[in-house]
Design a binder for this molecule. Structure first.
Ligand code: NAD
Ligand code: UGA
Length: 467
């Protein structure tokens, strides 16, 4: 089966970039990305490419090339479903905030709504592709809804999890480590797998395209994220031992990373991992393990999240303790609010929790982030419900310029590893600050020796410091 028309439900961080790349690489396929969020669709259609709702290096060029040619963004969901032979479901699957599994299980209400809408609208056979990250065996629930429409339409469900990381999404999509496609073992299932594989073959070498059954594919995605997050929690747990013993986590990471069995990637100690997925996916895995009575397995993976929480807490505790046990009335500057560099995404960013902790200690905070908007930062704080939105706006200010953000500050906390922070005139910053002037580098990115020569009192996560 040759696919000529694709619909993707969900125009977020995955749906937007993924479909833009498919459209760029497959000009013979019409790709329509739909969403219930009209503002988001309007932003995807904005002629000013700086207004795209997702910031990713290189994405604007791809959208510019394909949009209007064979890439379309629309709120007309029913029309796009009706026209498509293949439908990707790329909606959000957040942690449940209510009922059974609250705080752990994945909330599948958006997925179910998509399945129902596909069932209602479809008039001819379709392939439905799970692009969202889902608990193992979700495909059977989707199939169940689709198979009971009573209108005789046949559906094949594929699992095709996305492995892109934000900030490098375009490169990850253009040159993926692998593409994973899971489907039914029946002939129809294998034909559906082949139809999707044929799309990726337009730019991905065949040896990088893996096919498997649906359940292995769904579980591989959760497993990959759990392993990656576990590495961050492992290095962060060691960073605390480094600080107590005078060892340096960067040296330790270099030494262990040269062991080819361990490898050098994902060994950067930090103030804690953020992002919309690591915590959510591990908690989902923990919930699945518990629901099968695998309590030891559940406890093992839960510890990855607990260490991450501990890392954020101890960073803010450290700031308070080094600023002579009180930050009340002091100004603390945050460099960075995004959960990592090169993205405007702030979901689960460590900066949010650290700001909350310091505001509870009556600090004043000023934030500079090159890509995150003021509205987003206040929305993140308001969402916590720790204080009124009026108080949030009084205690925390957002600056459009880094030097202004550092003016009269007692301490700087580096919370995102934006490259530009290394290029700042740190002597100028030092002169503007209250003395003694502190730098707390939660990302291990600044040249601490130079900063100390200027006069800063420095702390870098996971290393012996003068403090
Ligand atoms: P997102 O919140 O950025 O985007 C999801 C979009 O789906 C939203 O715009 C929302 O309005 C839309 N939506 C929800 N229900 C809808 C419906 N019924 N009809 C139409 N639109 C609907 O989420 P995201 O970051 O793109 O993540 C999507 C999925 O991909 C999640 O399961 C996530 O775990 C997974 N994933 C995310 C990443 C990442 O880097 N963000 C990477 C790999 C996998
Ligand atoms: C992660 C995975 O890397 C992707 O493969 C996956 O598709 C995605 O989750 C998902 O399912 O959503 P992402 O969260 O976008 O991607 O970004 P990462 O580069 O994995 O970083 C996650 C967090 O870990 C960031 O806060 C980052 O700063 C932190 N991190 C990462 C470290 O603290 N140290 C490291 O060495 C690496």
């Amino acid at each position: 089966m040759k696919i000529k028309n694709i619909c993707c439900i969900g125009a977020g961080y995955v749906g937007g970039p993924t479909m833009a790349v498919i459209a760029q690489k497959c000009p013979h396929i019409k790709v329509t990305v739909v969403d219930i969020n009209e503002a988001r669709i309007n932003a995807w259609n904005d002629n000013d490419l700086t207004k795209l709702p997702v910031f990713e290096p290189g994405l604007d060029k791809i959208v510019k090339e394909a949009r209007g040619r064979n890439l379309f963004f629309s709120t007309d969901i029913e029309k796009a479903i009706d026209e498509a032979e293949m439908i990707f479901i790329s909606v959000n699957t957040p942690t449940k905030t209510y009922g059974k599994g609250k705080g752990m299980a994945a909330d599948l209400k958006f997925i179910e709504l998509c399945a129902r809408q596909i069932a209602k609208v479809s008039k001819q056979d379709k392939i439905v592709v799970e692009k969202s990250t889902l608990p193992v065996r979700t495909a059977s629930a989707i199939k169940n809804i689709l198979d009971h429409t009573g209108n005789g339409v046949q559906f094949q469900i594929l699992s095709n999890p996305e492995f892109l990381a934000e900030g490098t999404a375009v490169d990850d999509l253009l040159s993926p480590d692998r593409i994973l496609v899971g489907g039914d073992t029946t002939q129809e299932g294998q034909n559906a797998i082949q139809a999707l594989v044929d799309i990726y073959k337009n730019w991905v070498p065949s040896e990088k395209i893996l096919t498997t059954n649906v359940w292995s594919s769904e579980l591989s995605k959760l497993t990959a994220n759990a392993f990656l997050a576990q590495r961050v929690s492992s290095i962060n747990a060691m960073s605390e031992i480094c600080e107590k013993t005078g060892a340096d986590i960067n040296e330790v990471a270099r030494a262990i990373g040269m062991d080819s069995r361990i490898g050098p990637k994902f060994l950067k100690a930090s103030v804690g991992f953020g992002g919309s997925c690591f915590q959510k996916d591990i908690l989902n895995l923990v919930y699945i393990a518990k629901s099968y009575g695998l309590n030891e397995v559940a406890d093992y993976w839960e510890q990855v999240v607990l260490i991450n929480e501990h890392q954020k807490q101890r960073f803010s505790d450290y700031i308070v303790s080094k600023l002579y046990n009180t930050v009340s009335g002091k100004k603390i500057t945050f460099l960075g609010w995004a959960f990592k560099k090169d993205t405007n995404d702030t979901r689960e960013s460590a900066a949010i929790k650290i700001a909350d902790n310091l505001l509870s200690e009556q600090a004043y905070i000023s934030v500079f982030d090159p890509k995150v908007s003021e509205d987003r930062i206040y929305a993140d704080l308001d969402y916590l419900n720790s204080r009124s939105s009026k108080e949030n706006r009084e205690l925390l200010k957002v600056n459009k310029e880094p030097y202004e953000a550092c003016n009269n500050s007692h301490a700087i906390a580096v919370l995102t590893e934006w490259d530009e922070f290394q290029t700042y005139d740190w002597e100028k910053i030092y002169k503007q600050m209250n003395k003694p002037a502190f730098v707390f580098d939660g990302r291990g990115v600044l040249d601490i020796k130079t900063l100390e020569k200027i006069g800063f009192i420095c702390y870098r996560i996971g290393s012996g410091t003068k403090l």
